[in-house]
Design a protein around this ligand. Structure first.
Ligand SMILES: [Zn+2]
Length: 283
């Protein structure tokens, strides 16, 4: 069992800062009506006098989920795929890099309005190499990492729907750990580093599922599911759950047309925000 606090203290900032948050930043558990002794209420407790506003004898409802967590101050790294000379997929006059960036900005605004702290890998139409995107995410181990892309199919113009990727199970854990160990000073031994890497991978599928489900439902398009791939941006993001969302097929004429509209991008951003908030509240 690693000593997280000690580990956090030994880390280089800002990584240390991030891990300290993992230890100290965990919000208190949701209010519970159970006593600390396991649910039994002491018989000596005197009930409060009836309130003049208490019109109903029914007790207050319990929190919807005992695992509910506040979202204020939580961290989200958003990555708008492609940019600059790298246009991504381009069909029917719609460029993926533009859709990705606009979506990410809309999503960031929605999350920030709910008290979530958002870090963007790019804010403008600039080229950003994949390793730099992961490096940014690696500075915030307590965050979640969401990369936004548009899908394209060259041989099936009718392909439609949303799909989300997590790192393939086949991705070499030992090699990832070796690279992470070289680049980041995670003192605490290989075991501590391995635990960090494993934990981020364990959490990614739930994050992917949350976004995948809300996006497909809200957009009313086929849910193509959560898939695995050995994508560089996921492989090199070591410490936080990392996913890549393909928000739709830009190679589909109808979808490309929708992507060009602010209304569609607004709806997609709303759905993505809903998925992220849903995940953060449960994790
Ligand atoms: Zn892309």
């Amino acid at each position: 069992m690693p000593n997280w606090f000690k580990l956090a203290k030994l880390l280089r900032p800002p990584l240390a800062l991030g891990l300290a948050f993992l230890v100290a930043g965990c919000p208190p558990p949701a209010p519970s009506r159970s006593s600390p002794t396991g649910g039994r209420v002491a018989t000596t407790v005197t009930p409060p006098p009836p309130s003049p506003l208490a019109l109903s004898p029914e007790p207050e409802p319990l929190p919807a989920s005992p695992s509910w967590r506040p979202i204020t101050g939580r961290l989200v790294v958003l990555d708008a795929g492609h940019g600059g000379n790298d246009r991504g997929a381009s069909h029917f006059g719609v460029r993926e890099k533009d859709v990705n960036l606009d979506l990410v900005k809309r999503l960031a605004l929605r999350l920030e309005n709910q008290g979530i702290t958002v870090i963007l890998t790019r804010r403008q139409d600039v080229f950003l190499p994949l390793p730099e995107r992961s490096s940014i995410a690696n500075q915030y181990p307590q965050a979640i990492f969401v990369s936004i892309h548009c899908n394209a199919s060259t041989n099936n113009p009718a392909a439609t729907g949303v799909e989300t990727f997590v790192l393939s199970r086949q991705a070499d854990n030992a090699a990832r750990q070796a690279r992470a160990g070289k680049r980041y000073q995670v003192t605490g031994g290989d075991q501590a580093l391995a635990t960090l890497l494993a934990r981020s991978r364990e959490r990614a599928p739930a994050l992917a599922q949350a976004l995948q489900n809300t996006l497909a439902t809200r957009l009313g398009v086929p849910n193509r599911g959560v898939k695995q791939a050995d994508l560089a941006v996921l492989r090199e993001t070591f410490f936080c759950p990392a996913i890549l969302v393909e928000v739709g097929f830009i190679s589909n004429a109808t979808t490309a047309n929708q992507m060009a509209s602010a209304a569609w991008r607004g709806l997609a951003a709303e759905a993505l925000a809903e998925g992220i908030v849903d995940y953060l509240r449960k994790s």
